[in-house]
Design a protein around this ligand. Structure first.
Ligand SMILES: [Zn+2]
Length: 275
């Protein structure tokens, strides 16, 4: 799949929902969002592909939005289909599309000198966007302090354009729940360091509900830092969950052939959360 074919799939969400551009990435790619269901009642934000190589979650997002558009009985959801479009373009097309030698050279260097970007997770600054949020930023055991294909936290919290776009949108909507789609493992992460009852008990209950719907295993995380889920919990006490789709045995990036299976596992997530 080329990046252009991938973006075509995302834009097809405009056939069944209100599609708009939330903002533009560092290298000026559009970050698309669409709303399904009602604007009344509980609202969710579902964000996908904040890690570039996990771009199958964008395709999953389109299918989940399509399904929700015809089945949601109450509430609504905003799907942010691709938080890291520059990273996804690198994964799908490689760095050769970048005409600026300096930018291309920087990215290949950050990628360990390798021009194969199929396992790349970061953005065009080689920052791992899901470590850049202001939630115990820099406290993770695997955090890196240097541009890299993964785990570089940035030079300061919220330094990245794409992170601010998602954070500003979340502040504007103040959703009742957020879902972050990642690959892989068939697990649901909930909780954050310092989160206590009744907030933690509330999220534990919802994680159990999501586990029942998906068949995935709920896992309490206490040591995750700088992630979108972490930030939503710490800053606004929004019930927030990371869902890792795809069998742990599958190699990255997940092949599109797995899409029907992960769709079946996740299609009732939103109606369970919003009813
Ligand atoms: Zn991820």
């Amino acid at each position: 799949m080329t990046y252009e074919e991938y973006m075509e799939r995302i834009r097809s969400a405009g056939d069944f929902s209100d599609l708009f551009v939330l903002g533009f990435s560092l290298l000026s790619e559009p970050i698309y969002c669409s709303h399904v269901g009602s604007y009344e009642g509980k609202q969710a934000i579902v964000q996908c592909a904040i890690h570039a190589r996990e771009y199958i979650t964008s395709l999953l997002g389109v299918e989940l939005a399509r399904y929700a558009a015809s089945t949601l009985k109450s509430g609504g959801a905003y799907f942010v289909y691709d938080v890291d479009p520059d990273g996804v373009r690198l994964v799908l097309d490689g760095a050769s599309y970048i005409t600026c030698d300096v930018q291309r050279g920087f990215l290949i260097s950050a990628n360990g000198g390798d021009s194969d970007f199929s396992l790349y997770k970061a953005n065009a600054n080689a920052v791992d966007l899901n470590t850049n949020f202001d939630a115990k930023w820099g406290g993770g055991a695997e955090n890196r302090r240097c541009p890299s294909s993964e785990s570089f936290i940035g030079y300061y919290p919220m330094s990245e354009r794409e992170v601010n776009i998602l954070a500003d949108f979340t502040e504007a909507i103040r959703p009742e729940v957020t879902i972050s789609y990642h690959t892989k493992g068939e697990v649901i992460y909930y909780g954050f360091e310092g989160q206590n009852d009744p907030s933690l008990a509330r999220d534990e209950k919802t994680a159990a509900l999501l586990a029942a719907v998906t068949g995935y295993t709920p896992i309490l995380t206490r040591n995750s830092t700088g992630g979108y889920k972490d930030w939503c919990i710490e800053k606004y006490d929004i019930p927030s969950f990371t869902i890792e789709v795809g069998s742990p045995a599958l190699p990255h990036p997940l092949d599109e052939g797995v899409l029907p299976e992960i769709f079946e596992q996740n299609k009732e997530v939103l109606s369970a959360l919003l009813s």
